[in-house]
Ligand binder design. Structure first.
Ligand code: SF4
Ligand code: MG
Length: 321
């Protein structure tokens, strides 16, 4: 099927006193209807900025400098705020890391759901109530909580209440930025299972941003690994997990325990991501890469096809050319 969402050559820069800092560097992404895409990488790799750019939620000093975000017939990059607001919640929804920040603390769930629906159509009070009960039911929250304020719910319930709100108008795409990361491991796991069940039941596509690669291993179809603002590996999730090509993907996989597998000592990746105002020359990962060689310090790798995946590593350059 045709992609639902196509991100082409998307770049985002933050304007700073010392000049623009490129946080998302020529990213490409295609999401088909019903597909679950995970975007993974350490904090500061540009994955949240990418998601905010796709959702039209960037604020100054961040701005899109190149590229397009095609969603159905629209290029979201060129839409007005008003046109974007018409699409948000109805055609695509956004779920952020902490629903405490996204939900209004001084109004009940019922009032927030009502506002979200009323902004997109003419619904009777009864229709709004019925749909609100329905979506709470879907995420396993007792509808009695329509009268609750966000602070009266546990962290896990708040995230689920946020997901319920995202489902109100049956969007085809839900963008999620670390929706489970504020929760403990058990709650994380159960929320992941629930998100996956809802996705399979309702058929929406997901773009799921996380720093924890192990979290998405059993849930995502497609994986995008980001480092220093660039996609460094992309491919079917199974292929990347079974055989990570890029040394950074390998490092990330070693950095988190497998949810199912035996507990092994974690390797992690020594060092930290580069300062994006002055990324290393050549391969941006070279200062941390166990396989770095002389060429890596001068030659910028492209994304090379390797098997079912693509990898931004010079070790894969010959494979394609
Ligand atoms: Fe490592 Fe070189 Fe590949 Fe970069 S290009 S990931 S430094 S081997
Ligand atoms: Mg982030």
């Amino acid at each position: 099927p045709e992609p639902l969402l196509t991100v082409r050559d998307l770049s985002v820069a933050y304007d700073t006193a010392r000049g623009p800092v490129v946080a998302v560097d020529h990213v490409e992404l295609a999401v088909r209807p019903g597909e679950f895409t995970a975007v993974v990488g350490e904090s500061g790799c540009g994955k949240s900025t990418l998601m905010f750019a796709v959702a039209g939620l960037l604020n100054a000093p961040a701005r899109i400098t190149t590229g397009a975000v095609h969603f159905r017939g629209d290029n979201l990059v060129t839409l007005t705020e008003r046109e974007l607001n018409a699409l948000r919640w109805r055609d695509f929804s956004v779920v952020l890391q902490s629903a405490m920040n996204a939900l209004n603390p001084v109004t009940t769930l019922a009032a927030q759901y009502k506002d979200a629906m009323a902004a997109h159509g003419t619904y009777t009070g009864e229709e709004i109530r019925a749909r609100s009960v329905e979506v709470l039911d879907l995420v396993g929250i007792d509808p009695v909580h329509l009268r609750s304020y966000p602070h009266q719910l546990s962290g896990g319930m708040r995230q689920r209440a946020m997901i319920a709100m995202a489902l109100l108008l049956t969007p085809d795409l839900i963008l999620m930025d670390e929706p489970t990361s504020a929760l403990d491991v058990v709650a994380q796991r159960s929320l992941m299972v629930q998100i996956k069940e809802l996705q399979q039941l309702l058929g929406f596509a997901v773009v799921f941003v996380t720093h924890d690669m192990s979290l998405v291993s059993h849930f995502s179809d497609q994986l995008l690994v980001m480092y220093a603002g660039q996609v460094v590996e992309t491919g079917p999730t199974r292929a990347v997990f079974d055989h990570p090509e890029h040394p950074y993907s390998r490092g990330l996989l070693d950095a988190f325990p497998s949810i199912r597998g035996p507990r092994v000592p974690l390797q992690g990746i020594p060092g930290s991501p580069p300062d994006l105002s002055a990324p290393p020359p050549g391969c941006r990962f070279h200062p941390r890469c166990p396989l770095a060689h002389d060429a890596c310090r001068v030659t910028e790798p492209a994304l090379y096809a390797v098997g079912a995946a693509r990898s931004r590593c010079l070790l894969h350059a010959e494979v394609t050319s």
